[in-house]
Design a protein. Structure first.
Length: 248
């Protein structure tokens, strides 16, 4: 009897330790929930507020036709400075420059735009991660800049007057999210603010994500995901990141 109880106790302790080992890493990342919205809703500094308080009404999507240079632009991978701090929670165990309890960078700005524009937070974080690994100084040979690798021509078309502001993280996220919302309007249906893992199979969402990488013109041209290796890999990475953030 004592031996049986001892075996049960050891089994329970082992299971608890296994569960604990799974939830211990990245503990601070688990704060993406309702209370972070309340805690951080008014924490932007005055200077940050000035940076993101543009005169443009970001909820008004452009009525002018999308430029071909945007619609058919397939953007290459972002490039980083040699000493840039890159954030990829799926690879954090292999990156000694990031501690296991690091916060998600720029989470406050991402939450703000998620709420303001009605775009799913986990999708925003997944796009930022894939586009720049949360490096605000990332850039590409095609001219895309910042956290969400927004093209200056795209931002101008979306209403940003001073394109130099794209290097400001909050502005970059604002217009990257605005572009995501425009693409969803083109390809998706329903609520864009509360996506689930099951929605990753949704044709509208798949097209929206593909269009962010390959341009909506190419998605329309091929009536789905374009046959570009980069775009297909892009979709896989976004889906993996989305599942990660959704499970926090």
């Amino acid at each position: 009897m004592r031996i049986a109880l001892a075996i049960i106790l050891v089994t329970v302790l082992f299971n608890l330790s296994t569960v604990q080992s799974k939830i211990q890493p990245f503990d601070q990342l688990h704060r993406i929930n309702a209370d972070i919205f309340a805690a951080h809703s008014m924490t932007l500094t005055e200077s940050q507020a000035e940076n993101i308080n543009n005169t443009e009404i970001i909820n008004d999507l452009p009525s002018t036709p999308l430029l071909d240079e945007i619609a058919f632009n397939v953007r290459p991978e972002a490039e980083h400075d040699l000493n840039a701090l890159l954030f990829d929670p799926l690879k954090m165990n292999f990156n000694k420059s990031i501690s296991a309890d690091s916060d998600i960078p720029f989470i406050v700005a991402a939450i703000k735009e998620s709420k303001a524009q009605g775009v799913d937070l986990e999708l925003i974080l997944s796009v930022i991660e894939k586009e720049s690994q949360f490096d605000p100084k990332a850039r590409s040979r095609a001219g895309a800049v910042g956290l969400m690798q927004v093209m200056p021509s795209t931002a101008k078309w979306l209403g940003l007057k001073d394109k130099s502001q794209l290097w400001t993280p909050e502005v970059n996220i604002k217009y990257g999210v605005k572009y995501l919302r425009y693409l969803w309007k083109q390809f998706g249906k329903g609520d864009f603010s509360q996506l689930t893992v099951a929605d990753l199979q949704n044709e509208g969402l798949i097209k929206t994500i593909a269009a962010y990488n390959a341009g909506p013109g190419n998605v329309k041209k091929y009536n789905g995901v374009p046959p570009f290796r980069e775009t297909r890999n892009y979709l896989k990475k976004i889906k993996a990141s989305f599942k990660y953030y959704e499970n926090l």
